[in-house]
Design a protein around this ligand. Structure first.
Ligand code: 3PG
Length: 211
């Protein structure tokens, strides 16, 4: 696995962020950092995503910056140009994996079935996003679908329905590198400028990941 993915495994939790406004980028980063959380996945689900990443690259370089919902080779390029150090996607698209590899961008595609794992690992992926983790069957589902691939020593980041209350159960599995989710930095908290709420949730998640 890449060094960046080792850092993410050490942190244990990745906030998934759908951010509307570039003006919120620095206050968001400061809230996460104040809560002790040094990583963020900025998803390409909003128009502002690339500008937010570029601003964070320039103004908060201490935050390990990832691009999420990377669905095309063009978005791989935009993520790199904006300073992303890693990227993830909800699904597996060989063209996106190839583009990330060519660009030297550590990339975790999404998987939800043994076929997905088969395709992604054959393509060389060793860190994958298990999405949507909770509706797909939770920790026991992941354990079971990964069992035939255990010799490949792949790791997963479950996202989708993961919460502060369920993250420990996930992190107790050796297959889990880190958990991810939107609960730490909710769009409504960002819109309301409730940076203290985000800082508190970041602090709680970091403490839980360390347990
Ligand atoms: C993701 O993109 O990782 C998911 O949308 C996160 O799901 P959540 O909102 O349930 O945390």
């Amino acid at each position: 696995m890449s060094d960046v993915f080792d850092v993410i495994s050490t942190i244990g939790v990745v906030p998934v962020i759908a951010i509307d406004s570039v003006e919120h980028a620095v206050p968001l980063a400061d809230a996460l950092l104040a809560g002790g959380l040094g990583v963020a996945e900025i998803t390409f689900r909003t128009e502002a995503a690339a500008d937010v990443m570029a601003r964070l690259r320039d103004q908060r370089p201490e935050l390990l910056l990832g691009a999420g919902t990377v669905l095309s080779p063009d978005q791989v390029k935009r993520a790199m140009d904006a300073g992303a150090a890693f990227a993830l996607a909800p699904g597996f698209d060989p063209a996106v994996v190839a583009a990330a590899e060519a660009a030297g961008l550590p990339f975790a595609p999404g998987i939800m079935t043994p076929s997905d794992i088969s395709l992604a690992t054959a393509r060389g992926c060793r860190l994958m996003k298990f999405f949507p983790a909770t509706p797909a069957g939770g920790p026991s589902m992941l354990k079971n679908i990964n069992a035939p691939f255990a010799h490949l020593r792949a790791k997963y980041i479950p996202t989708g329905g993961v919460t502060l209350d369920t993250m420990s159960e996930w992190l107790s599995l050796p297959e889990i590198a880190a958990v991810g989710g939107t609960w730490i930095a909710k769009p409504e908290d960002m819109r309301a400028g409730d940076w203290q709420a985000i800082e508190a949730k970041a602090r709680a998640a970091v403490a839980r990941a360390k347990e």
